[in-house]
Design a protein around this ligand. Sequence first.
Ligand code: GTP
Ligand code: MG
Length: 448
Amino acid sequence: MDEKKLQAELQHHVRNTLLPLFNRYRLDYSDLESILKWKPIVLIIGNYSSGKSTLINEIIGRNIQRTGQAPTDDSFTILTAYGSGDQEKVVPGSTLVNDETLPFGRFKALGEQFISHFRLKKIDAPFLENMALIDSPGMLDAVTEKDRGYDYLAALGEFAKLADLVVLMFDPHKAGTISETYSAIRSTLPDTTGEDRIVFVMNRIDECDNLSDLVRSYGTLCWNLSQMTGRKDIPTIYVTYAPDAAEPSENLSVWLQEREQLKKKILSAPCFRVNHILQDIDRQVNELELVCEAMCTFSSMGRNSLAGVAKFALVAGVAAFFLTGLVLRGLVGVPEEPLVTALLQGTFTPQHLLIPFTGLAGVCFLCWLWFSRWSFPRIIHKCRANMDKLVNLDTSYRKNLWSKVEKKVGMMLQYARLSDLGGVHARNLGRIRKFLARELQGYYNQIR
Ligand SMILES: Nc1nc2c(ncn2[C@@H]2O[C@H](COP(=O)(O)OP(=O)(O)OP(=O)(O)O)[C@@H](O)[C@H]2O)c(=O)[nH]1
Ligand SMILES: [Mg+2]
């Protein structure tokens, strides 16, 4: 299977079939567009001085990134290979966020300060032709947005949304105790990426004095991780060190294997690219399905109510048609000969229909007024008061997605119009379900 071709096909399909529906239901699809635009990405984050840049240099085989004991990097740096006819160069953030072919347009919203701490290095590394590594500023303690000049965690979240793998590095000196790490694990990463895309690494273990020191650091990291994730199951943690930065030692060689496994994992990120795109499309289209399903329920409630009013209008209309003339004659003395009398006496002429039709039109108008001014707003109110009843929340997956789109549905209901009672939502729901059941499944089958 040609993954690039499949990605292009998906991009075309999403643009033509899904984007009009995302627009119709006012759902943000820019994440989906971004992820479809570029190459596979590995994001490397973690404590300052945990060895992020050293690991990147080791993978590339050259000292591309600066390393040092104090917080060294203050920028997000994307490293990728230059294309044919190009050369090694650094592209500034201002160019990156304005390049339509790159997925960084959304980063503009992070502000000038962020843009000046963002760049792309095009380097001579053929294995980076089909992927990019992102080196990041180290996580710090007790920093605020003011200290950095931009919202670091928001930037991290935007990169994590694009990444196929997020490598989160710790070291024994600060085994999960940094406040920015806490916030990233507690909220930023769960909101922006899948658990299966995060890899935990405890680096610099050569600096542990002995085995008991290492066990203590590892235990502390596990404990802190479970506090941060709120979970008792501990994810796999790669325990490694950089061989070039450490003093050579016989006891350590066993951990080099894990270093190799980690590098292999990083280099295999492109293999999961299409799968990740499909997962993201799957999730977003399921959100879209929920919004559309809610609007469908609302529109069918509205139609039921309209049918009730219409039935009443029919009965009242027939009564008004025959009786308006009689009532008026009883009250004000006109018309001289109501329709019913004319029919009984056989003196009917078309003129006798004028008052009956006026009565019928009056009833229809009053019923319409009743529905549009009273019943319809009441249905909206009822739906907004019982939002969970609008959709089928039979699985925790659906409940989770619903919590993300519920507010949006509330807004759509607030601005609902009588035209929403037509069949448009049912037709859209049919299209969305067909995409999920047939087309998306077809793509999944292709990568199996
Ligand atoms: N002993 C030892 N030193 C290491 C290891 N990995 C990195 N270092 C050293 O630790 C220091 C920090 O490494 P960097 O790669 O700059 O760390 P970083 O995570 O990029 O740091 P920031 O960019 O400041 O966030 C450097 O002096 C490295 O040589 C390791 O596994 N063992
Ligand atoms: Mg660094």
